[in-house]
Design a binder for this molecule. Structure first.
Ligand SMILES: Nc1ncnc2c1ncn2[C@@H]1O[C@H](COP(=O)(O)OP(=O)(O)OP(=O)(O)O)[C@@H](O)[C@H]1O
Ligand SMILES: [Mg+2]
Length: 335
């Protein structure tokens, strides 16, 4: 299997993981996280490219081929029951009857399907997922990476990369059967995905991210965004006051999502795994979990890898959930 470097370009931070090996011996060789905003506003694509170039140039023996993922509004993940037929026929049917399966003009999207059921002859339908990403978004992201001197071998979707990491962790902890919500709290948005036995059953993007807390600190204390971020990262007691409205908003949105899922599926969410840098705020995920009365954990990719990273090793320890999507991407090519 070719060695690839995983690059997660978020709205606030770019994360890079160079993981090598296979089987039980997967080793983090290099790791980096770097901010790509100035006062809360994302820098230009050229600056993101330069950041990636700089990060990769400091990494020893790293691959020149990357795996990355897209997310947000330009991505659609839908659970669908397809007629029991070959993948080629299903894809043809999706093309011909696009509005039946996915409400977008597929000419503007790259898309693929993944089937969860074994296609036994007696089955009428096969349960699976369609994942589609806007071509423009994919092309832009690939351009940022290519301009940094790397080629892009694989473009994934954030939420599916997270499921990939979860599946690996669940296998370790023998919890694959549990109905689990994966909640990635990023800087500008939160993604909630619900999975049963490794299959994605529900996927939704919520327009609330951890930066909302920082913006609230800026407004209330009349300070700049970077100072607010520093206060938040330091875990100061006073931050709780500004975090609480965001907790309440997230709890409301998550409750709505879980209620919808539970009404459709007839089963309850039993456990939450939190990921993303937003999960690092002290007490934040615990309060959400308590309000929802659902037990939770923070996803730590570290339990899955041997950490031999020289410069980034501590970074990976401290910001572990922020690396969850990136770790899922890295695992993809090591499978
Ligand atoms: N130690 C910390 N304490 C509190 N908050 C933190 C900490 N580290 C990171 N964050 C917050 O996490 C957010 C960044 O998380 P992450 O890197 O997952 O976002 P992103 O992937 O860039 O954004 P998105 O997924 O929304 O595109 C920021 O709001 C940042 O302030
Ligand atoms: Mg993110």
């Amino acid at each position: 299997m070719k060695n690839l470097v995983a690059i997660d370009i978020g709205s606030q931070c770019v994360k890079v993981l160079d993981i090598r090996g296979s089987g039980d011996r997967k080793v983090v060789k290099n790791c980096a996280i770097r901010g790509i905003t100035e006062n809360g506003v994302r820098v230009t694509e050229e600056q993101v490219t330069r950041a990636i170039q700089d990060i990769v140039s400091r990494m020893d023996g790293v691959s020149s081929q990357a795996v990355t993922a897209v997310s947000g509004k330009s991505v659609i993940v839908r659970n669908v029951d397809f007629p029991n037929q070959s993948k080629t026929d299903i894809l043809r049917q999706i093309r011909e009857e696009e509005n039946k399966y996915i409400p977008v003009n597929l000419k503007d999207y790259f898309y693929d399907i993944s089937i969860f059921d074994v296609p036994l002859p007696e089955r009428k339908t096969l349960h699976g997922v369609i994942a589609a990403a806007k071509k423009e978004t994919v092309v832009n992201q690939v351009k940022m990476i290519n301009n940094a001197g790397l080629s892009t071998a694989l473009v994934d979707i954030n939420s599916l990369a997270l499921i990939n990491l979860y599946a690996a962790l669940a296998e370790l902890s023998k919890t694959e059967g549990t109905v689990t919500a994966l909640v990635d709290i990023g800087a500008s948005s939160t993604h909630v995905g619900i999975i049963i036995k490794g299959a994605s059953i529900f996927s939704r993007e919520i327009g609330i991210g951890s930066n909302m807390i920082s913006f609230s600190i800026c407004e209330k204390l009349n300070c700049d965004f970077d100072s607010a971020e520093k206060m938040k990262h330091a875990g100061m007691e006073s931050v709780n006051e500004y975090a609480m409205p965001v907790v309440l908003k997230l709890v409301k949105e998550l409750t709505m999502s879980f209620n919808f899922f539970e009404a459709e599926s007839g089963v309850n969410v039993e456990r939450i795994f939190f990921a993303g840098g937003g999960a690092l705020l002290k007490g934040f995920t615990e309060t959400i979990s308590r309000s929802l009365e659902i037990p939770s954990e923070i996803m730590s990719p570290l339990s899955f890898f041997h950490n031999e990273a020289k410069d980034g090793g501590d970074m990976l320890k401290e910001a572990s959930p922020a690396f969850a999507v990136c770790a899922g991407l890295a695992l993809r090519h090591l499978d």
